[in-house]
Design a protein around this ligand. Structure first.
Ligand code: CTP
Length: 421
């Protein structure tokens, strides 16, 4: 991607300290970053910090630099505007088109794509005024990233946390990529199904067997595919991250629900990416009432039954014209043995590509970065190491040409029978 002129607007919320990470990542990615903080933001982060990190002077005052018409010049020169964090107040001002500070003027004077990362308390996010303002901005084409669900500034938690800097940067750059004419539209018109998250198998009304998958990698793949022009169905299993906009989202919880949703969505799909961590077993019985301790017992034995293997089910049914991408979560430390396990899984499940992921107590899950090996029938095709968004694009870089091959190979649009035949 060529060097972009990016305006980072920072507004007055505690998450302003995390905006420094957004600025830094954009600068390290080679872009020319101009920070426009509000007065409120400068109460949370100092101007010297922002100047040092952005490597550019930082202006906040509407009445400075009048001779160079700064109130419109910054916005006119921008290729992209990122506002992180965006407070409820700023979102309201943007929706109303107010320009009572330098950031408001910059936004109004710009034709660049806008990406905002809201951050506020849950009540403010759910307030009908904020809901209406966010809807207005979405209608105008503003990309909203987050907010994430989690611990807020006080003792409360819920939706309202600003998304992590890495996710904001990835969404912002993907937005420019998608808006740049002629770039990376290699999935235009394709139907892509992605599963993300981890399935949960209930034991009783209050407990489940689950896993540590947050859904970040699957969501990044869905976002990346959408940015490259695909029509995306996201089968979302208990996501711990916000689902991306612009995708058809189908929420599921158990393996059987995921299987039904994928089987339905896979009919006529060009690609199915099985990034979700799917439970192999479920309790033989689900108790209708809470399982109670029994007086004097010293343990509890649960009986589990096997779940279907969803990917193998798709892989072993006729699926001409549908490329199947599996994942493999392995704790194997040795690289060669890790690849051998992945190759065996690719073969056993009838997948076309398999993304092998080393997981462990501190690896793989819930992090913003990932390190994978991508296998095809011919062996190792690529290794990818970086943000989950960059890994997503590397996977799609291998998917896209294989789709063209298939269509070209048949000499016509491929027939795509459903995965169950
Ligand atoms: N998968 C699936 N259905 C299952 C289990 C896994 O579709 N019941 C899919 C996953 O979505 C992933 C791939 O199969 O794309 C590999 O998942 P993984 O958990 O690594 O492997 P398992 O098949 O469960 O094998 P094992 O647990 O024995 O390593």
């Amino acid at each position: 991607m060529s060097r972009l002129n990016i305006v980072v607007g920072i507004t007055g919320g505690i998450a302003a300290y995390k905006a420094v990470g957004v600025v830094r990542a954009l600068v390290l990615a080679g872009h020319d970053v101009h920070v426009v903080p509000t007065e409120g933001a400068l109460r949370f982060v100092g101007r010297p910090t922002l100047e040092a990190i952005s490597r550019n002077p930082v202006h906040a005052d509407l009445y400075e630099g009048v001779a160079e018409v700064r109130h419109v010049a910054i916005g006119q020169a921008a290729d992209l505007i990122v506002i992180a964090p965006a407070t409820a107040n700023t979102i309201a001002k943007l929706a109303a088109g107010l320009a009572d500070d330098l950031l408001g003027n910059t936004v109004l004077a710009s034709e660049a794509p806008i990406v905002i990362a809201p951050a506020m308390h849950t009540e403010m996010w759910r307030n009908p005024a904020t809901v209406a303002n966010v809807a207005t901005l979405r209608e105008r084409g503003v990309t909203i990233i987050g907010p994430a669900v989690g611990q807020l500034t006080g003792t409360d938690s819920g939706p309202g946390r600003m998304e992590e800097p890495d996710a904001i940067v990835a969404a912002a750059l993907a937005r420019v990529d998608a808006s740049a004419p002629g770039t990376r539209t290699d999935l235009a018109g394709r139907r892509v199904v992605v599963t993300a998250g981890g399935t949960r198998e209930p034991l009783d009304p209050v407990r489940f067997l689950g896993n540590r998958s947050s859904g970040k990698q699957g969501v990044a793949i869905a976002e990346a595919a959408r940015a490259r022009g695909a029509q995306v169905t996201l089968i979302a299993a208990n996501l711990e991250v916000a689902a991306p906009g612009g995708c058809d989202i189908r929420s599921v919880s158990t393996t059987l629900e995921l299987q039904a949703a994928v089987t339905d969505a896979a009919r006529g799909a060009d690609v199915v990416v099985m990034a979700a961590a799917v439970a192999d077993y479920r309790p033989a019985e689900v108790s209708e009432s809470k399982i109670k301790k029994q007086p004097g017992d010293d343990g509890l034995t649960l009986e589990l039954v096997r779940n279907p293997d969803v990917l193998a089910g798709l892989g072993h049914a006729p699926h001409e014209g549908t490329l199947l991408v599996g994942f493999a979560a392995e704790t194997e430390a040795d690289d060669d043995r890790l690849i051998a396990l992945g190759a065996a899984k690719l073969e056993a499940k009838g997948a076309d590509l398999l993304v092998v992921n080393r997981v462990g107590w501190a690896e793989g899950f819930a992090r913003d970065d990932n390190r994978v090996v991508i296998l095809g029938n011919e062996g190792v095709l690529a290794r990818a190491d970086g943000s989950k968004m960059s890994v997503a694009h590397e996977i799609l870089d291998l998917v896209a040409p294989r789709l063209h091959d298939r269509a070209a190979g048949s000499g016509e649009e491929p027939a795509r029978p459903g995965p169950t035949g």
